[in-house]
Structures are given as C-alpha cells and as structure tokens.
Design a protein around this ligand. Sequence first.
Ligand code: CIR
Length: 270
Amino acid sequence: MPLQTGLSFRFTHAITRTPADSVANGLRAVDSGDPSGPAFRLEHERYVSALQEAGLEVTVLPALEGYPDSCFVEDPAFCLPDAAIVLRPGTQSRRGEAEEIRAALEDRFDVIIDLPEGGFVDGGDVLMLDDEILIGLSARTDRRGAEDFKAILNALGYEARVCETPDGVLHFKTACSTLGDGAILATRVMAESGFFDGRKVVVVPDGEDYAANVIRVNDVVLVPEGYPKTDVAIREAGFRTVIVPTHEARKVDGGLSCLSLRFAAAEPKA
Ligand code: CIR
C-alpha cells in the first residue's frame, strides 16, 4: 500500500477499560505474584493521563469482573481510520471480550467487520506500520485467523504480511513496536528475525526485553518505567519519551500497547 505517514502513530482517540479486581486471576506465563486491582487502577489512571497529554480523547470503559484480562483491550479488536475489526481472542477465557468491546466500537465507527468463524487473532499480534501491517502467528493467533484477517485488511486497501512470532514470545508485539517515522523498536531476537529487513531498527538493550512494548502516540513515545537503557536508546534515535508505570500489568504479561485501542477519527459518528 502507499506509505501513509503517521498511520501507525497519529491518533485522535483511544479506548481503554478499567482493570477489574479479578485481574488478580489474569493469565500469565510465569507467576511473579498477583496484580492488585487497586494498584493496577492507579497505574491505569496514569496511563490514561499520558494518552490524554499526548492529545487523545480517551474513552474509559467500566471494569468487567467476569473477564480478568479485559483491561487489555488491544486483543479483542483492531482499529483503522476507516473501520474496526472485531477479532476472536485465541484463549477461551478471553473470547467473550470481543462482544464486550463491540458497543464502544459502534459508537465510533461506521464500518465494523467481524473476523470470520474458524480462526483466532489477538490484537497483540498485529503490528501496524505506515506501509504495511504485520500479523504474527503465535499461541493465540493461528494460521486460519491470520489469513482471514489479512484478507479483510487487503479488501480495505492495506497490505499485510503473516510472520512467525519467535518461540517463547506471547504476542508479536511483546517483542517489537512501531516508533514511527520509519523506525521499529525490537528485541535482539526479533531484530534478527528478518521481518524488518530494510527498515531502521532500534534494538532493545540486553536485559530489558519487556521494554520492547512501547507506544508512539503523536509526538511522544510512551516507555514503561524501570528500563532506563531502552529509554536512552529511543531518545538517542530522536524521539521524545514519556515514562509510564506498568508494574501491575507486567505481572500478567501486559504492557503499554495492550492497554488501549488507539485510532484516528476526525469526528464521532453522527
Ligand atoms: C493474556 O495473557 O492474555 C493477558 N494476561 C495479557 C495480554 C497482553 N496483551 C498484549 O500483549 N496485547
């Protein structure tokens, strides 16, 4: 597709969801203690403020106790300027989150497309760049889901590529992020994967892999608190950073991108 400068980082709106107390039962690969609902909600307020300060109008949806991981709204949907796609999360306990996010999307988008029955895609596996969209196969996103999603993107006029997420990485975007302006932030493993050949890649310094998940929002890059070497690397690459705490999210494998759906929309739907 033609380069659409800013497609991956110029946004006007975000949708988030308040963490529930049940986030203590959230999914995680390695147990490092349960997140606390109240502490997570305080961090979440800081996150919402950072998005607002970056220029976004933020919708904060109410907590859903029935879905422990539901504050990670990036996974059940994907937003483009002209359409939203309701996905199908690849893990059973999160599947109902897709219906729960639909009303918030309907408030904003004229075009809502459902991933066809059969396959699974988590939004955390979708990396939007300004000239193509990468879809990572993972334990959550299967080949059928990725190919069906790619077909939807192609029909909307976007180029998409299906990639194999390296082993041991939860989501494709757990290990890389768009920095915008033609640059990508990636762990060493992801940087050496070949997916980003020909692009500028800022490699996450050793020992800070968690910080590969950042979000560029308009003129700033939000970086998780506690990863000073990554912060320096991003700033040395020419970006302005804002540090945001994600200590509670991290306990359940969550990061900055997972906590919002970000999109560019000129006006709310009439
Ligand atoms: C999960 O395992 O689904 C949640 N505990 C974390 C989801 C993080 N989402 C993301 O990376 N997009």
